[in-house]
Design a binder for this molecule. Structure first.
Ligand code: AFP
Length: 356
């Protein structure tokens, strides 16, 4: 007997296979307006960058010039890997002659990179971390790229890009690429968070999950506990709390994108707090923490510096760092409660120590 459900199942599979990133962006915006076309074109080019980087990574151990360091240090004082430079150039290259992006700002460049031929019409700036978690490259573990798109405000005639020094709510799109067992692209244009998986046989990112929602609470805490004695007492209080209570488990890969993806998928909290030597933490606001905060808010979670909603932080400089506490609402609130408690205690102690 013929299987009557077969055509339906086949139609569903075909529909899923045809939901490419480009089509999805246009569907999300329910429009073919100029802005919708722009966003779709921007995402298509980011996807191309992702495919180029992914292709190079997949052959890293086989070809010359992929693994290892360049021997230089970047603006952050970190040693630059060959893949950092390659990925940085890939993003610049895919936006040349796009007419879309006038400036790109990245972890690897002290100042924004201008594409003069795009600037008269390019209304957008791409902020990105080309390779996040680069210490994982040489040992073949997961790494990522993070991106954020902002509208250019003003003509930036002095080349200072000061319009970028605004809070995270100015982002019109953000996302990341995870180079893991498969390559995934997760993005939001303010209409939820959607994940795509690269189908190597098609060379296309195909929709995996629409409207990802982070659980209200999750079992995972993700933090570098090697910094325990470098943290403020309030963060140590939180860690002691999870050690003493059942139902928590630690996961930390040393690459933010993978750790974030786990929290987004399963719930819990990722922390990179300030340390004694670096009270502002390690992670950069404009192209690491703000884009991830945008995604987490869109997925129903929260991002905080510990004392402020991360989306409200206004940077004073392009490469400014912020502490990061991000994930399920309840878990972020729990970390914040330890910080607030210590702040209250120290305020009371100050008042009590005042003479008379
Ligand atoms: P690298 O790119 O230098 O490996 O740094 C990765 C990163 O910026 C982020 O991806 C990690 O979450 C974090 O730093 C790890 O830092 P620690 O090694 O200090 O835990």
């Amino acid at each position: 007997m013929a299987d009557v459900d077969q055509p339906v199942a086949q139609e569903r599979t075909l529909d899923r296979d045809c939901t490419t990133l480009t089509r999805h962006v246009l569907q999300q915006l329910h429009s073919f307006s100029a802005e919708a076309q722009d966003l779709s074109a921007l995402m298509t080019r980011i996807a191309l960058a992702a495919k180029l980087i992914s292709r190079r990574l997949s052959r890293a151990g086989l070809v010359e010039g992929v693994l290892g360091v360049t021997g230089t240090v970047n603006v952050q004082g970190e040693s630059v890997k060959k893949m950092d430079l390659y990925a940085n150039d890939v993003f610049i290259s895919v936006f040349k002659q796009s007419g879309l992006v006038c400036r790109l700002a990245s972890e690897e460049m002290e100042k924004p990179y201008y594409i003069p031929e795009n600037c008269p019409i390019g209304r957008y700036t791409l902020l990105y971390d080309p390779i996040d978690g680069s210490s994982n490259i040489d040992i073949n573990l997961n790494i990522g790229s993070i991106f954020s798109i902002r509208r250019q405000e003003g003509d930036d005639s002095d080349g200072e890009a000061s319009d970028l020094l605004q809070n995270g709510r100015k982002q019109i799109a953000a996302g990341y690429i995870l180079y893991g067992p498969s390559t995934m692209l997760v993005y939001s244009i303010g209409t939820g968070v959607h994940s795509f998986t690269l189908d190597p046989s098609l060379g296309e990112f195909i929709l995996s999950k629409e409207n990802m929602q982070v659980p209200e609470h999750g079992p995972i805490y993700s933090v570098n506990e090697g910094n325990f004695w470098q943290w403020d007492e309030s963060i140590r209080d939180y860690i002691r709390y999870v050690h003493r209570h059942e139902g928590y488990t630690a996961r930390y890969s040393g690459a933010l994108v993978g750790d974030f993806h786990r929290i987004l998928s399963q719930g819990g909290v990722f922390l990179y707090p300030g340390t004694l030597k670096k009270p502002e933490g390690k992670l950069r606001l404009l192209y690491e923490t703000a884009p991830l905060a945008f995604l987490m808010e869109q997925a129903g979670g929260k991002a905080s510096t510990g004392t402020q909603n991360l989306m409200d932080v206004v940077p004073k400089a392009l490469h400014q760092r912020t502490p990061l506490i991000i994930g399920s609402k309840e878990d972020v609130a729990l970390v914040e409660s330890f910080i607030q408690e210590r702040a209250r205690d120290s305020e009371e102690a100050t008042i009590a120590s005042r003479p008379g």
